[in-house]
Design a protein around this ligand. Structure first.
Ligand SMILES: [Cu+2]
Length: 285
């Protein structure tokens, strides 16, 4: 290669590298450092560390699709993942308001945040729902997103109408034992006053799962699946082969657990509040 050609090749290579570096800087700034104007699809939320605000704000990118007054459903991605994982799902939910965030640390949301735990993620989701004026939503969580959904349900039972936990780790004793933080909180259902309800009112769990109900308010409740004790026969059902059960009175702050070994649909109720609609369903798969 003649010297002039070598020199030209060097210059072209250098120019290419400079342009490549410049494009990386521009892209990085566009995603992570652009001036932020909160608006559709982008929320500024207070950053949290161990449940406390740090005083800083973070950017949360999200999809908000469908009629604003339609029943809301929140789709939560796994790790790694982003809201883009649900692109094919959103059009399949006509008649619903579909909210899909990039959880902090993922996608187009802030990557530099103080805490990435499922608890922190759950708090950001609640803040997003507050910002969007969504009172209650169905929550579908995939993998890590299901852990976020469980935290949401446990900490804000009045905000979650139904929880679908898909492909998640909290499925059995072995996993629970290796993840003690999930052991006590997996498949938790709150029992609330005014309105009297189980939250979430619909839950799908794997066979062998233990579900724990906790009385959140002042009034005692029961967790009862015994058709002979129901005023309305339609409020209690069991799959063939499953035993009826009744927790007895569960007072304020107390819990009751039941392990489901027979797959099928369980419709259960609270004896004192059955007539007030305190009826719920667990599906065991
Ligand atoms: Cu009750």
């Amino acid at each position: 290669m003649p010297p002039w050609m070598r020199s030209l090749a060097r210059r072209l290579t250098l120019a290419y590298l400079v342009l490549l570096a410049a494009s990386c800087v521009v892209r990085h700034r566009a995603v992570f450092s652009a001036p932020v104007v909160p608006g559709p699809g982008l929320a500024l939320l207070p950053e949290v560390r161990e449940g406390e605000p740090t005083g800083r704000s973070i950017r949360l990118s999200y999809i908000d699709d469908g009629p604003p007054d339609a029943p809301a459903v929140v789709l939560l991605h796994g790790s790694p993942g982003s809201k883009n994982d649900f692109h094919g799902v959103v059009p399949e939910l006509p008649g619903r308001r579909v909210i899909v965030p990039d959880l902090p640390g993922f996608g187009a949301s802030e990557h530099d945040v103080a805490e990435y735990s499922v608890r922190a993620h759950a708090r950001y989701v609640i803040e997003l729902l507050d910002a969007l004026g969504v009172e209650r939503a169905d929550v579908v969580g995939f993998s890590m997103g299901a852990g976020v959904g469980l935290q949401l349900t446990l900490r804000h039972p009045d905000r979650v109408r139904k929880l679908v936990a898909a492909s998640t780790a909290c499925t059995g004793p072995a996993t629970a034992a290796s993840q003690p933080n999930l052991q006590s909180e997996a498949f938790a259902i709150g029992m609330t006053d005014l309105p009297y309800r189980f939250a979430p009112a619909m839950l799908t769990v794997p066979s062998g799962a233990t579900v724990t109900w906790t009385t959140m308010g002042a009034d005692p409740h029961t967790v009862t699946d015994d058709p002979s004790k129901a005023v309305n026969a339609a409020d209690s059902s069991l799959p063939a082969g499953a035993q009826a059960w009744d927790s007895g009175s569960v007072t304020s702050g107390q819990s009751y657990s039941h392990t489901f070994t027979v797959p099928g649909t369980y419709k259960y109720f609270c004896i004192p509040h059955e007539s007030l609609g305190m009826v719920a369903t667990i599906t065991v798969i």
